[in-house]
Design a protein around this ligand. Structure first.
Ligand SMILES: [Zn+2]
Ligand SMILES: [Zn+2]
Ligand SMILES: [Zn+2]
Length: 135
């Protein structure tokens, strides 16, 4: 088997994490994930900055190409995102996890979301319902 650079980097990253070292800055890991909280916040900030700039330019915040919709994502990216969401939804549902936050649901639970997320989803759908009616 030949190793490409992505696989190598992946292994290296896992190795670092196993030692409790942040792969980004080499500092101590203080959270569960792929990088320490400092790097995580930095990463989020950079992603947000990039997205804000793209959105202001009328570009898709995902691929950066000319946006052909009124949303933040272009039509092909939003289709991709929908597909991804659907398969994530299915996977979580099959495992008996809340489809939103991955919390383990009780065995005799009948919803696909935990109570918190259910509440939030209801609230969101009530809002969009109101919006639709006001149009
Ligand atoms: Zn770090
Ligand atoms: Zn796009
Ligand atoms: Zn949840």
């Amino acid at each position: 088997m030949s190793w490409n650079i992505t696989q190598y980097k992946y292994k290296w990253t896992l190795n670092r994490l196993a030692q409790g070292i942040c792969p980004d800055c080499g500092g101590e890991m203080d959270r569960v994930g792929w990088r320490c909280s400092k790097c995580y916040i930095e990463l989020k900030k950079n992603i947000n900055k990039r997205r804000e700039k793209l959105a202001a330019d009328g570009r898709c915040i995902d691929c950066g190409k000319e946006n052909d919709t009124d949303n933040l994502l272009c039509s092909s990216c939003s289709e991709e995102a929908n597909k991804r969401n659907r398969s994530r939804y299915q996977r979580r549902k099959e495992k008996g996890l809340c489809v939103d936050c991955k919390e383990k649901l009780p065995d005799d639970y009948t919803h696909v979301r935990c109570e918190d997320c259910l509440e939030r989803a209801n609230e969101a759908s009530r809002k969009s319902e109101r919006k639709r009616r006001n149009k």
